[in-house]
Design a protein around this ligand. Structure first.
Ligand SMILES: Cc1cc2nc3c(=O)[nH]c(=O)nc-3n(C[C@H](O)[C@H](O)[C@H](O)COP(=O)(O)O)c2cc1C
Length: 271
């Protein structure tokens, strides 16, 4: 089969899981074409799914769902009844309504979702004081990723597959919209330490939304999606993030996340 892996990875976690899935699918005899939607040009130039027998989508969880710009990208897409699978990486805080929401989006663009999975991964904001899932994904997560790839391969080939069913979401879309707006407002934007910056332009180039403004030394607040791709990619380590330890403590308390609960979280497959 020719399988497309379409993913969004700003800081590498989703990409690492994707790499394991890709390797396993190649071992099983498939040809893979991959697209990282974090790159503006990839998002803009992607033309059609008709070249592929099946598709695997992989996204990070941002505020309980796939990133907004990914959800919007699907608005003009047609899956032409292709079979697809989906996986998320998330920082262990809350998977939210990610699976259910994306299942609906995929159905509305004529995709047939047959398998899904979620993987624990270091929280993006650990660089700014969070302490969620620091050493994940680990070998156990990669093992589950390999198993997921094998399940996808076999289900893509099966004559008949059962539809994938998720529990009803714990909150409505409107409630999750409100959560997203309030979280986003509360999260600071990255800024440039001018003493370290050589104006190489990498931060502007890698930003998924063209939000970084070198001349002002900071990201434009309304465009910045807080993915921190600029910070993780800056060769001079000149991009900084204000400390978010108080956000971390508040989130941990509100969600009642004890160290024990966090330690016992596991990656999992739905099929
Ligand atoms: C803006 C933003 C929002 C996030 N929201 C959540 C969330 O709701 N729940 C969670 O557990 N992790 C959340 N995370 C953590 C990411 O899902 C996690 O670190 C992910 O693996 C990052 O993927 P990447 O490295 O491929 O970009 C968020 C991260 C960012 C940057």
């Amino acid at each position: 089969m020719i399988i497309a892996i379409i993913y969004f990875s700003a800081t590498g976690n989703t990409q690492r899981i994707k790499n394991v899935i890709k390797e396993e699918l190649i071992n099983l005899g498939n040809e893979i074409q991959e697209f990282n939607l974090a790159n503006r040009s990839v998002r803009e130039n992607f033309s059609s799914f008709k070249l592929f027998d099946a598709v695997i989508f992989g996204f990070p969880v941002y505020f309980w769902r796939a990133p907004r710009l990914v959800r919007e990208w699907f608005k003009t897409k047609n899956g032409m009844n292709r079979r697809c699978s989906l996986f998320f990486t998330y920082g262990g805080a809350h998977i939210g309504v990610a699976h259910h929401n994306m299942k609906q989006i995929l159905a509305s663009c004529s995709f047939n979702l047959i398998t899904s999975a979620e993987f624990l991964a270091k929280h993006t904001f650990n660089v700014a004081g969070f302490q969620f899932m620091e050493n994940r994904p680990d070998n156990e997560d990669f093992k589950i990723a390999r198993k997921f790839a094998s399940i996808c391969h076999h289900k893509f080939l099966e004559e008949i597959v059962n539809p994938l069913i998720f529990d009803l979401p714990i909150k409505s879309e409107e409630e999750v919209d409100k959560i997203e707006v309030s979280f986003r407002r509360a999260i600071p934007t990255p800024y440039i330490d001018v003493k370290l910056c050589t104006e190489c332009g990498v931060c502007q180039k890698v930003c998924p939304t063209n939000a970084m403004d070198i001349t002002k030394g900071k990201a434009r607040r309304n465009y910045c999606i807080r993915c921190l791709r600029c910070l993780y990619n800056c060769p001079e380590k000149a991009i900084k993030m204000p400390n978010m330890t108080s956000h971390y403590k508040l989130m941990k308390n509100t969600l009642r996340l004890t160290d024990e609960i966090l330690k016992n979280k596991k990656s999992r497959i739905y099929c």
